[in-house]
Design a binder for this molecule. Structure first.
Ligand code: GLU
Length: 328
């Protein structure tokens, strides 16, 4: 039985990622679960070993330890392919030849009535209706197919520890890309099941994909884990935190004079787990972890920088939106 943190090693972790990692670690430790780290490096172009190394070093610097070896999705393609074959055997897989642009055009041409939450860019099902001859023609024209899940109008409600009840209609999600690389929604479910993950803590940008993942769990006769989607940290422009918002990674913040302990304290305060001026360690937060106090709304960089009471003040530079170097 485990909780987990599953970053993609495609860049450095920023304060928002670190905050989610802290919640994931605390939720697991407070619940007496193992805490696993899984590198979601399916995309071999953007994932690097250097990013992986740095992400792990950042977790360790904040006092977040993990159990067992770090699992890499790039080592597990055979498992994902075997599961796709299992779904194919249940007539739940079809080939899709659509390009992104064709999908976008189709969605734009036939806007749906806004009823249930559909995940962003939900696939309109175009290729599910192809005849054998049409499929053959596309293949002969040199198009490689992606593989999609054949859904059946399933509507799925999950109960999230932060977001509450969330109901979503499931679209024909991609299982493998046209280049053969297994897709995120499939891999994440296969791994969570294989690794005994009972608690999924991650950013709430993935809440809308969760019904897809729960459908896959059902099709694989797996149990549905507990979900906790952490509201994101936003930059001053209201967009989710990113590099362009200034010094937002542990390395950058350390260069401006922050210690890892102060960053844990700042994150804890923004999560409602520490009082102003207090800087508990991750370990000290385990006993007081309580999902009911976690914020229900996104955090802003300004809130995170609003640190005081320890004789050191941080502020937001309104021009560059960078966290200022601290002054004593
Ligand atoms: N790898 C995903 C990300 O970094 C998270 C996936 C998950 O936690 O389910 O956004």
């Amino acid at each position: 039985m485990a909780g987990r943190f599953a970053p993609s090693p495609t860049g450095e972790l920023h304060l928002g990622n670190l905050r989610t990692a802290l919640v994931a670690w605390l939720a697991a430790r407070a619940g007496g679960l193992d805490f696993l780290v899984r590198m979601e490096d399916l995309d071999r172009v953007t994932s690097t070993v250097e990013h992986e190394r740095r992400q792990l070093a950042d977790l360790a610097a904040l006092g977040l330890d993990w159990d067992g070896d770090v699992v890499r999705q790039s080592d597990r393609f055979d498992r994902y392919r075997a599961v796709i074959e299992r779904l194919r055997g249940a007539d739940r897989v079809y080939e899709c030849f659509c390009t992104r642009r064709e999908i976008r055009e189709e969605i734009d041409a036939a806007p749906r009535a806004p009823h249930l939450h559909l995940p962003d860019g939900a696939y309109p099902g175009t290729c599910r209706r192809l005849s054998d001859a049409e499929r053959a023609a596309r293949r002969d024209a040199g198009r490689a197919p992606a593989l999609r899940l054949r859904t059946d109008g399933e509507v799925i409600t999950i109960t999230d520890l932060i977001a509450g009840e969330f109901t979503g209609a499931v679209d024909d999600v991609v299982l493998a890309r046209a280049d053969g690389v297994p897709a995120y929604n499939l891999a994440v479910v296969v791994d969570d099941v294989a690794q005994g993950v009972r608690q999924v803590v991650r950013g709430d940008d993935l809440l809308s994909s969760t019904p897809r993942q729960v459908l896959l769990q059902r099709l694989l006769d797996a149990e549905v884990p507990e979900y906790l989607h952490v509201p994101l940290v936003l930059g001053p422009d209201g967009d989710r935190l990113a590099k362009r918002h200034g010094a937002v990674t542990l390395r950058e913040l350390r260069a401006t004079g922050w210690s890892p302990g102060e960053i844990v304290g700042t994150l804890a305060r923004s999560l409602g787990l520490a009082a102003p001026g207090e800087s508990p360690t991750a370990e000290q937060l385990v006993d007081r972890f309580d999902t009911s106090v976690l914020p229900r709304r996104p955090a802003t960089l300004a809130e995170l920088a609003d640190v005081d009471g320890i004789g050191k003040k941080a502020a937001i530079d309104p021009g560059s939106t960078t966290l200022w170097p601290k002054s004593g």
